[in-house]
Ligand binder design. Structure first.
Ligand code: CO
Length: 207
């Protein structure tokens, strides 16, 4: 059984670094193969639907994603449908390049294993295409829309030192517990209206 790795939390400098690409030789080597196994088990243990190498302290362009049927079955079916959350088979993506396919904005609560216990509303685009290398160094192309497209955008951001908090509606930041307690029944547009905007804090910042 692979080791469970320590996931670094917000504030660790590695989360703000630009990750370096991997060579095909590195990808096929024993060291990265073992790391991939460890990242898969760490993601499953968390549990999470994606993990980027900077989150375990390594500034390399390597991501694992997986959204298992049992995770989706555990949720409310209407909510899963509204989020366009569908199964994502386990996949390794090295040196990924993301292209926007449908730039319609989608605003949903999301979290990050490096911001344990927090969620926030993050606008993402609806559909993307990702070109990358798989675990054998073979080029792969993934097309995704809805929640799987969100996972890809979130994880690939990590490789550029970009975090969900850089894109979030800052006033929606909440603990998971408070999200369920206070905002779970409401749609995101209602949440955004209820928390208000940051327009009126400029005066405070300037004074
Ligand atoms: Co994350």
């Amino acid at each position: 059984m692979a080791n469970i790795l320590k996931i670094v939390q917000a504030g660790h400098p590695v989360l703000r670094q630009k990750a370096r690409p991997l060579t095909v030789d590195e990808l096929r080597g024993a060291e990265i193969s073992r790391l991939i196994d460890e990242m898969r088990e760490t993601m499953r243990d968390a549990p999470g639907v994606g993990l980027a190498a900077p989150q375990i302290g390594l500034p390399i362009q390597l991501v694992v994603i997986e959204d298992r049927p049992e995770y989706i079955d555990r949720g409310d079916p209407d909510e899963m449908k509204a989020r366009e959350r569908t199964t994502v088979p386990f996949q390794v993506l090295a040196n990924p390049r993301l292209t926007v396919v449908d730039r319609s904005p989608v605003e949903l609560f999301e979290g990050c294993l490096s911001f344990a216990d927090f969620v926030m509303v993050v606008p993402r685009v609806h559909a993307v295409k990702v070109e990358a290398l798989d675990h054998r160094g073979v080029p792969v192309t993934l097309s995704a829309h809805g929640w799987p497209a969100r996972i890809l955008q979130h994880e690939i951001d990590h490789l550029r030192g970009v975090l969900c908090v850089d894109r979030m509606h800052s006033r929606t930041l909440t603990t998971v517990r408070n999200q369920a307690r206070h905002w779970g029944e409401q749609g995101v547009p209602e949440v955004l209206t209820a928390v208000g905007t940051t327009d009126d804090i400029d005066g405070v910042l300037l004074s």
